[in-house]
Design a protein around this ligand. Structure first.
Ligand code: FO1
Length: 314
């Protein structure tokens, strides 16, 4: 169980920043990243995998630093031209160079390549040395159920509708019916350490955990180490504060610890949440307070080093 590499469970922007730190303190060739695909959907006939692309572009050093997604300095000529033709559904900002990734992915999938193959190709083309694995190759769309009963996919909720505070439930049934991608379960079983990136515990990590077999493998190990994405009761980015209450826990590092306690043995929380160390330790988890707001790649590397150390992999 311990000779393998390091496996990280990841969503989008927060995970990508953490992974950027991780590859500074370990050999990226020994890192497998299992990435959420619950946000994936088609735009204009093209398959878009936001979290896979965010992680790829960030590790490649080409991500837009301001937004955390898309490619730095990208233009939006295609989208602007499209808006003239059909303004009503052009709300997801796909840059021209970013679109090349989606065109390539769509064509390769149509030609019979698997999402794992295409993800590896895109990673290699961008010079990413870590192994990136989609969590599944099956459809696994996360559905946000709104208070009026409307069901929207995640990007519709987040980007089109602006992440309003009207979430009644999060439906992960597609992930629960999907098969983990080839290699995911093996990687988790043989890893010498499993890390949970600071990602949304419901719609990023929750989707990966919903896949058949994943949580059971992690529970059997019960040695994963997680970094809290919640600092001082607020998410650094994204709508976690609107989604975590649907799981019946408070929006805090303690709430995240409650969601992860069955498969984690340790948790890194921010220094501002120091008073939660005791309550988290009461859940039978090891806990450390560190600087988790990754304002620089040096802070990300220090955080990654501490997390690896807690997981016994450094
Ligand atoms: N997020 C936004 O808030 N607005 C956008 O227009 C947007 C476009 C976009 C394009 C490509 C991509 O890979 C990601 C993009 N994101 C955008 C980020 C994405 O919505 C989310 O942050 C993730 O799905 C959650 O991890």
């Amino acid at each position: 169980m311990s000779e393998g590499g390091v496996v990280a469970l990841a969503g989008g922007v927060g995970a990508a920043r953490f992974l950027e730190g991780l590859v500074q303190v370990m050999d990226p060739a020994e890192l497998t990243v299992v990435v959420n695909t619950g946000d994936d959907r088609d735009f204009f006939g093209l398959r878009v995998c936001p979290d896979l692309d965010i992680v790829t572009y960030t590790l490649a050093g080409v991500v837009d630093r301001g937004t955390g997604w898309g490619i730095e300095g990208d233009s939006f000529a295609l989208l602007e031209a499209l808006r003239r033709l059909r303004s009503d559904d052009v709300w997801f900002n796909l840059g021209d160079r970013d679109l090349a990734t989606h065109v390539h992915r769509t064509q390769r999938l149509r030609d019979g390549a698997s999402l794992c193959e295409v993800t590896a190709e895109v990673g290699a083309a961008f010079g990413v040395r870590a192994r990136l694995l989609p969590m599944t190759e099956d459809p696994a769309a996360t559905i946000i159920v709104r208070e009026d009963g409307t069901r929207t996919d995640f990007e519709e909720y987040l980007v089109r509708d602006g992440a309003p505070d009207d979430v009644a439930a999060v439906d992960l049934s597609a992930a629960a019916a999907a098969r983990p991608a080839p290699g995911v379960i093996d990687a988790l079983e043989s890893a010498r350490a499993v890390l949970v990136c600071p990602s949304n515990p419901i719609v990023s990590i929750g989707t990966i955990l919903a896949l058949p077999g994943v949580r059971a493998v992690l529970r059997a190990r019960r040695d994963a180490v997680a970094v809290s994405p919640i600092i001082g009761g607020r998410p650094v980015k994204g709508p976690a504060d609107r989604l975590i209450p649907t799981a019946g826990v408070e929006v805090s590092a303690l709430g995240v610890a409650q969601l992860y306690r069955d498969f984690c043995s340790g948790m890194v929380i921010d220094t501002v949440d120091r008073e939660l160390l005791g309550p988290i330790r009461d859940l039978d988890l090891r806990a450390r307070a560190e600087q988790t707001l990754m304002r620089s790649s040096r802070i990300a590397a220090d955080l990654a080093a501490v997390t690896l150390e807690m997981a016994g992999a450094r």
